[in-house]
Design a binder for this molecule. Structure first.
Ligand code: FE2
Length: 378
C-alpha cells in the first residue's frame, strides 16, 4: 500500500557518546564505514563534535560534547551511556509529515526548520520517542554537499586496514520500553505516523523459562520502516529487557539491524575486524541439519563456522546474527540480517538467542533476581 506521508525510508541515526573521535574510529575500523564528514569548532560549531560515517545507504552520526554547558549531550550520556539520541526518516515533505504527526498526538521536539548554507538547504523536524529519543523527519533534496550545513570533509585521513563488510543499510530499529508501555508506543507510531501493527508476539511466544518479553512490530504502509517494540514479561528471572531498562536508566533504542546481501562474508569480515558476537552452541546447527523443510542456498557448515542463525518462514528464510553490546553498558547492540523472502524477525531463533543472552546476563550478575544467586567474580 502506498504511504500517504511520502516516507522514503531510513535516513541517519545519531548517537550521543562520551568521545566521538574514539567511537567513530570503531565504526570505521570494525564496520568498515567511511568517515565522510566532520562538524566541530573548525566548521563553526563550538559546543559539539560530530563525525558523519557512511557505507552504501547506511548513515551514522557520532556526536560528543566539548563544553560543560552542552547539557543535552552530557545529560544524555550521563544517564544512558552511549546510545541512540535520534533516528531519521527521509520524507518528501517535512512540514506535511510533521503536521500529520502532531495533529495526531505526536509530542513536538523541533518544528520544521531550514538548515541553510551556500550549498543549499536541508529541512528537518522532530518528534519525541520513548524517554529521551527523537524521531526526525528530513529532506535534503535541495542540498548538494556533505550531510547538512555545518559539515566539511574530515580533518585527517585515516589509513585503516579492515576487511570489507558489505553492509548496505538499515533493515529495522528496535525500541525497549517498560512493562505496560509497549501498547502505548505502538499506538503512538500507528496514530502519528500512519503505521500498522504488523506482528504481535504475545505472552509465551518469546522467552525461555527464565526470561520473557512481549513484542509488537509496527511498520509504515509500504514496509520501508519497521520498528519492533519490546517490553519485559514476567518470568522466573530477569528479562533482558528489564536489564536494558535498568542499565540504560529508561526506555530507548535497543538495536539496529543492518542489511547485507552476503551474510557469510559480512560476519567473517566483521569478526576479523574485531566485532564480538553472541555465542551460538553447535547443537543449534545439529538441529538445523535435521530440519527436512530447510532448503537454503548456504552451506550449513559455513553458517556453523561463523555462528550465523537461520530461520524459515512460509515466504522464505532469513539469516541473522547479533553482536554483543558495543559499549560499556549491556544496552545497545547491532544485528546483521540477510533476507531471502522472509519478512519476520527470526522467531525460530529466539530460544537460542535468549539462552545466549542469558549466559552473558549471568556473567554480568544481571540475570538472577537475588544477590545470593550471583556468580563469584572469577
Ligand atoms: Fe532485530
Amino acid at each position: 500500500m502506498p504511504d500517504i506521508l511520502g516516507i522514503r525510508g531510513y535516513d541517519y541515526v545519531e548517537f550521543y557518546v562520551g568521545s566521538a573521535k574514539m567511537v567513530a574510529y570503531w565504526y570505521a575500523k570494525s564496520l568498515g564505514m567511511n568517515i565522510t564528514g566532520f562538524s566541530g569548532p573548525e566548521t563553526g560549531v563550538r559546543d559539539r563534535i560530530s563525525y558523519y560515517l557512511t557505507k552504501n545507504n547506511l548513515k551514522i552520526v557520532i556526536t560528543s560534547a566539548v563544553q560543560p554547558s552542552t547539557y543535552d549531550i552530557f545529560g544524555f550520556v550521563n544517564r544512558h551511556g552511549d546510545g541512540v539520541k535520534r533516528w531519521a526518516i527521509e520524507v518528501d515533505d517535512v512540514e506535511k509529515t510533521f503536521n500529520y504527526a502532531t495533529q495526531n498526538g505526536a509530542v513536538m521536539v523541533q518544528r520544521p526548520h531550514k538548515l541553510e548554507d551556500k550549498h543549499g538547504y536541508v529541512m528537518e523536524a522532530a518528534i519525541r520517542l520513548y524517554d529521551d529519543t527523537e524521531l526526525v523527519y528530513v529532506n535534503r533534496d535541495n542540498f548538494n554537499h556533505i550531510f547538512r550545513p555545518g559539515y566539511c570533509e574530515p580533518r585527517q585521513e585515516l589509513n585503516l586496514e579492515f576487511e570489507e563488510t558489505g553492509i548496505i543499510g538499515i533493515d529495522h530499529i528496535v525500541g525497549n520500553v517498560r512493562e505496560n508501555e509497549m501498547n502505548l508506543w505502538a499506538g503512538y507510531f500507528n496514530k502519528t505516523m500512519n503505521f500498522d501493527t504488523f506482528i504481535d508476539f504475545k505472552a509465551g511466544d518469546i522467552g525461555t523459562k527464565y526470561s520473557a518479553l512481549l513484542s509488537k512490530v509496527v511498520r509504515s504502509k509500504d514496509s520501508v520502516i519497521k520498528n519492533p517494540i519490546n517490553e519485559p514479561y514476567v518470568a522466573e528471572k530477569k528479562s533482558q529487557i528489564e536489564e536494558y531498562i535498568e542499565q540504560y536508566y529508561g526506555s530507548g533504542v535497543q538495536h539496529i539491524a543492518i542489511q547485507t546481501e552476503d551474510i557469510v562474508k559480512t560476519i567473517a569480515a566483521l569478526r576479523k575486524n574485531g566485532v564480538e558476537f553472541l555465542t551460538v552452541p553447535d547443537t543449534y546447527y545439529d538441529m538445523l541439519r535435521e530440519r527436512a523443510d530447510l532448503n537454503i542456498d548456504e552451506n550449513i557448515d559455513d553458517l556453523q563456522k561463523h555462528k550465523i542463525l537461520c530461520d524459515k518462514e512460509s515466504t522464505g528464510y532469513l539469516l541473522q546474527l547479533f553482536t554483543k553490546p558495543i559499549g560499556d553498558r549491556p544496552t545497545f547492540f547491532f544485528e546483521f540480517i540477510q533476507r531471502k523472502g522472509a519478512e519476520g524477525f527470526g522467531k525460530g531463533n529466539f530460544q537460542a538467542l535468549f539462552e545466549s543472552i542469558e549466559l552473558d546476563q549471568k556473567l554480568r550478575g544481571n540475570l538472577d533476581k537475588t544477590p545470593e544467586e550471583l556468580l563469584p567474580p572469577c
